[in-house]
Write a protein that binds this ligand. Structure first.
Ligand SMILES: CC(C)(COP(=O)(O)OP(=O)(O)OC[C@H]1O[C@@H](n2cnc3c(N)ncnc32)[C@H](O)[C@@H]1OP(=O)(O)O)[C@@H](O)C(=O)NCCC(=O)NCCS
Length: 152
């Protein structure tokens, strides 16, 4: 295979991991993900980060539109809890915190500094919590069947 120039990482040869993110045991990262640790990134244990998902902890927006008068890159610490599922092509922007056992739907954009409580099902652009997964997760843990609650 021709060298694609992406630095090697222990997760996937086609994922691009920058900086030095802390990534918990058992976390899976698919192809074409961008995992940007430059602003400080912590990802918990046993997460699934589906193909094409981007987690971005820096931004050059202000540097760009200020014509370099704001002559620096903005960074923000970003944190993903344990057992979080991130769907294909979802984007998580800087400063976001996602509580454990949450699901981020395919294609969602979680905007800067959003705090998502544990057990949330989150979808859309901008991403919004549509329901709690607490009962579903506890039903799984107890080996019971659980009926989905509909969005109000
Ligand atoms: C979010 C997801 C997990 C579905 O979860 P669910 O519990 O079955 O949720 P529902 O289908 O009941 O959807 C709840 C609501 O969110 C909406 N929704 C679901 N997924 C969505 C998505 N990705 N983007 C936008 N809206 C979405 C539904 O239309 C529904 O809206 P409504 O209440 O207005 O009818 C699924 O749609 C998804 O995005 N999965 C990602 C799969 C993936 O990336 N796989 C990669 C390989 S593992």
């Amino acid at each position: 295979m021709k060298d694609h120039g992406i630095p090697p990482n222990p997760f996937n040869p086609h994922a691009w991991i920058t900086g030095n993110p802390k990534i918990g045991k058992g976390t899976w990262i698919g192809a074409f993900c961008l995992i940007d640790g430059l602003g400080g990134l912590e990802i918990g244990k046993a997460c699934d980060i589906s193909c094409g998902a981007h987690i971005v902890t820096h931004s050059t927006v202000r540097r760009c539109i200020s014509g370099r008068r704001h002559n620096k890159i903005d960074f923000a610490r970003t944190k993903i809890g344990h057992n979080v599922f991130i769907g294909e092509n979802a984007t998580i922007l800087k400063g976001v915190e996602i509580g454990h056992h949450s699901v981020i739907g395919a294609g969602a954009v979680v905007t800067e500094n959003t705090k998502i409580p544990a057990y949330s099902l989150v979808v859309g652009i901008p991403a919004r919590v549509v329901r709690s997964l607490r009962e579903e997760v506890s039903a799984f843990k107890n080996g019971k069947r659980h009926k989905k609650t509909k969005r109000k």
